[in-house]
Design a protein around this ligand. Sequence first.
Ligand SMILES: Nc1nc2c([nH]c(=O)n2[C@H]2C[C@H](O)[C@@H](COP(=O)(O)OP(=O)(O)OP(=O)(O)O)O2)c(=O)[nH]1
Length: 312
Amino acid sequence: MKKIVDVAAGVITRPDGSFLLGQRAPGTFYPGYWEFPGGKVEPGETPAAALVRELDEELGIRVHALNPWLMREHHYEHAHVRLHFFEVHDWSGEVNDHVHSALAWQWADRLKVAPMLPANGPILKALRLPRAMGITHAGEIGVAAQLAALDAALSAGLRLVQVREPLLDEDERGAFAVEVVRRAHAAGALVVINGDEALARACGADGVHLRAVQLAALEARPDLPWVGASCHSRTELERAAALELDYAVLGAVRETPTHPGQAALGWDGFGRLAAELSIPVLALGGVAPADMSAARASGAHGIAAIRGAWAA
Ligand SMILES: Nc1nc2c([nH]c(=O)n2[C@H]2C[C@H](O)[C@@H](COP(=O)(O)OP(=O)(O)OP(=O)(O)O)O2)c(=O)[nH]1
């Protein structure tokens, strides 16, 4: 048994959305490979405190706030590492590196440096997951109104759409999904289809969003680029993570008109359930874009909304 080494790593971002990678220096494990700045957690230290210290020592920057994000374990030849990833938006100082052989500001969808440390592949994919998901409800507001709201939201920057239409019949749902994919792809947005892998393939969507009952019955990850699932408990979240899905949606953060009486998690409850999961989690249930900061401070990757996504 190799011992477990806790490591804290930071996705340090700039307002333009780029994040910082460092190239490991000669004489370290995996020299020449790229990593997120960070380092080992010392005895008695929390991962968050370790990251604040490492970013000061390694880069000379001061961290004012950080958001917990993902935790991934990886077995290297030299150690079994447990990587605690944080997102760092609020920092100051000039980056002045003391440990890497090079630094690069990068975007997840057009990475120009390679190779990445082997543990980091899923991290880069998680960074490509948009922060806000709009869930359609054409069955309630009508197809024309939903498509108009979709166009407005895409123009405003929405980049992830879940087609969820239990009230439309099969033909209507199929035609609606094709139209959503056409409009979303023209805007560079991803589309996942709720509960129906066959429809996802037929309409050219990017993936499927599994209902909790489907997740419970699932044996292997469907072979589509993006696969996520609805979760309501730690057991469901861990199952989604074990199946290497790309994301989970966890709710309800607040009570909603569609689920009256269902106990709301609140941000604290959300944060406890989503903590230290290896895949990104979107917060659902009475949330809107105005909740993005609170969601991310609680460990969410972002938010998912029905009503809150389509408000003018
Ligand atoms: N910093 C960082 N380490 C990563 C990432 N991905 C990944 O697998 N690792 C692994 C590589 C190493 O086994 C471990 C980090 O250890 P390290 O040797 O760089 O830690 P350190 O800065 O405290 O170094 P040291 O001087 O104490 O040896 O975590 C990542 O993105 N960032």
